[in-house]
Design a protein around this ligand. Sequence first.
Ligand SMILES: Cc1cc2nc3c(=O)[nH]c(=O)nc-3n(C[C@H](O)[C@H](O)[C@H](O)COP(=O)(O)OP(=O)(O)OC[C@H]3O[C@@H](n4cnc5c(N)ncnc54)[C@H](O)[C@@H]3O)c2cc1C
Length: 301
Amino acid sequence: MYDLIIVGGGPAGLTAMIYAIRKRLNALLVSKDLGGKTQYHLELPWIEDYQVIRGLEIVNKFKSELEYLDFARQMESVDVIEKRLDGFIVRTRGGGDLEARAVIIATGTKQKRLDVPGEREFMMRGLCYSALSYAPLFIDRKAAVVGDGELALRSAAELATVAKHVHIIGLKKAVLNTALGKKLQAAKNVTVLEGYQVVEVLGNKFAEKLVVKDPKGQQEELEVEGTFVEMSLAPNSQMVAKLVTLDELGRIKVDPQGRTSLPGILAAGDVTDTFAEQVLVAVGDGAKAALSAYDYLLPAL
Ligand SMILES: Cc1cc2nc3c(=O)[nH]c(=O)nc-3n(C[C@H](O)[C@H](O)[C@H](O)COP(=O)(O)OP(=O)(O)OC[C@H]3O[C@@H](n4cnc5c(N)ncnc54)[C@H](O)[C@@H]3O)c2cc1C
């Protein structure tokens, strides 16, 4: 039986694993990949890498350390985690069962996609998720945000503080009626396209135009220099949904030390109700969860 299994190899899981190794825990990282979402980033001709806080130095350092330690990782998908008397069973998709006295969930989120022609072709080349990471770079640029809820509203509001123009496509009435929604509707550099849908993304090297359809089915083209798809983030928390408390968005509820409602299960990064989906936040959360797991395990070490 392992002392600790960490599920997820993004910034949160990698950091937790390196801490666990330093603490001499008998630990295993199980993940579909190493690096998680740090493998993706928005490319646009005017964006220089140094302008974005990507946290890659630390993540890549931990990643290469783990690539070298092949006994400490298993590249596989986890389906479910079950409680047993003296710990937990981690059931993998390949059919193997792993056992540990404590588990850290660091499985991130899944983005909802547009599912329209051109999305795949231009993804990360003018079309992206995470306005939170890139909005400040859109000074005097034309941007668009696609989404119906709070995430889209917040993203549009941040872009509107610097951009020349922001189109918001698909926001729900209830969201438009909030204080921020009303402020955006009144802003000179914002156009709210209520009831519209994106039907295609067009461009050459980068996405340059969105084809949108109004509620009557009429189509028009919008010129954009950057589009953010901010529809929703679905947390990959199903594997522990029956064991720990989730919030209304399906995120794992954690305390400031990364502890969930069930002792022995900890969580870190985007899959939790932590504030802000950012690499360095996930790194910090991963460190805290590993140290908390160590405290949990210490009496029996
Ligand atoms: C396009 C894009 C650009 C971004 N740009 C920036 C940026 O510039 N700066 C910044 O700070 N943040 C940026 N972010 C946000 C940042 O990438 C995330 O906040 C961060 O990666 C979260 O880390 P994490 O470890 O919690 O989750 P993730 O990075 O999502 O990692 C989750 C890990 O869990 C694994 N996993 C998931 N389900 C399972 C399963 N069932 N079994 C096994 N393994 C599983 C995945 O394979 C992955 O390894 C960006 C996000 C996106 C989408």
